[in-house]
Design a protein around this ligand. Structure first.
Ligand code: ATP
Length: 360
């Protein structure tokens, strides 16, 4: 978020050294995270990395085996589950099929003994917010998947929870609807100023919606940062690979001249790189290069990499080439194109500007 909260305000959610074990299997280890009020935070990682477990631990659906979790400065161990002020949205909507939309959305308010007249006003407002005004009398089955997910969202925000938890809410929707709902959820989160914690394995969702991303790997937080931090400056190979399928070139530093170094790759070719970190001759490094940073021909001043085209996929205005440059993995190039595509088997020279890489 842009405006810093006053120093006295506790974080909306705080995990401290949290561990969750299912029997002997440790699903989450030493997880610490402080979530600012009003922010949108995403837990991003592959299936099985512990994202859902963390979300469920806030809601009290899973017991933590070590550490502590606080909501608004209060340890949740001290708050019974039914008193936790948490909104939940799941992948499969989980609406009550035989209740009207009104009753579905009103559920959390009735449960909290909100007066009838206020319930009506708040339900109307929530349905307007998710752009389904007037749908009070319908049944869930009369709505599309995307609309049902909007109702699930309305139901979760109508009682103004301290935290909104979203567990892969878009994964059951088709591609177009998914993109529309991304924008929609983000808009509603901003409008209401609600603190949101979102779980996904989809990097595009994470990059486009989040203030902060927690990249998770095997039960641990691998990197925490803004979308640009984790994309442009991945801290580990795992993060670089998970976000955007970066090329990873293994090699040894051959020369260092000021801030520019030359790296000899496994297959014998050389690349020029710059790194904020001091490199020393002979050091083994991984050079991470995004497919979009590579061009053919190489940019002026870059050392060219020579290879053979293995495949090309035309995307309209852009093309992705896979090129064999004599390294263990093919290198992916994603570049603008106006003329003819390079043929399979053709020789190609490609390269990147020395600053357009991350050295690990
Ligand atoms: P997915 O996107 O597939 O749900 P995830 O990152 O959300 O993955 P979790 O559902 O949190 O992962 O699961 C983390 C690990 O804990 C997995 O290896 C899973 O098999 C295991 N696990 C989850 N729930 C239980 C359970 N109730 N009992 C035993 N193991 C579990």
């Amino acid at each position: 978020g842009a405006s810093p909260a006053p120093a006295t305000a506790p974080p909306a959610v705080e995990f401290r050294n949290v561990e969750v074990a299912y029997g002997k299997f440790v699903a989450v280890q030493d997880f610490s995270l402080s979530i600012e009020k009003g922010s949108f935070t995403t837990l991003l990682g592959p299936s099985g990395c512990g994202k859902t477990t963390l979300l469920r631990s806030i809601a009290g659906l899973v017991d933590i085996t070590h550490g502590q979790i606080s909501i608004g400065g209060r340890r949740i161990d001290d708050v019974p589950i039914y008193q936790r002020n948490i909104g939940l949205v799941f992948q499969n909507y989980a609406l009550f099929p035989h209740k009207s939309i009104f009753d579905n959305v009103a559920f959390g308010l009735k449960y909290r003994n909100v007066p009838k007249a206020e319930i009506a006003t708040r339900v109307t407002r929530a349905l307007e917010m998710v752009r389904l005004p007037g749908s009070e009398r319908k049944l869930p089955s009369q709505l599309s998947g995307g609309q049902q997910q909007r109702i699930a969202l309305a139901r979760a925000i109508v009682f103004e929870p301290e935290v909104l938890l979203l567990d892969e809410p878009l994964s059951a929707l088709d591609a177009n609807m998914r993109e529309e709902m991304r924008v929609e959820i983000k808009k509603i989160q901003k409008q209401t100023g609600i603190t949101a914690l979102f779980v996904t394995h989809d990097q595009e969702e994470a990059l486009s919606m989040s203030d902060r991303i927690v990249v998770m790997n095997a039960g641990r937080a691998e990197q925490i940062g803004t979308p640009q931090d984790v994309y442009d400056r991945p801290a580990t190979k795992f993060v670089a690979d998970f976000l955007g399928k970066a090329n990873m070139l293994e090699g040894k530093v051959a020369t260092v001249t000021g801030s520019v170094a030359s790296v000899t790759l496994t297959g014998g070719q050389s690349v020029q790189i710059t790194s904020p970190r001091q490199l020393s001759v002979g050091e083994a490094v991984t050079v991470v290069v995004r497919p979009q940073m590579l061009t053919t021909p190489p940019p002026p001043g870059a050392s060219p990499l020579r290879g053979k085209v293995v495949s090309s996929s035309y995307l309209g205005g852009r093309v992705i080439y896979e090129v064999d440059i004599g390294e263990p993995a093919l290198i992916r190039v994603n570049t603008a194109i106006s003329g003819a595509l390079a043929a399979e088997g053709a020789a190609m020279e490609l390269g990147f500007a020395p600053a357009d890489c991350v050295v690990l």
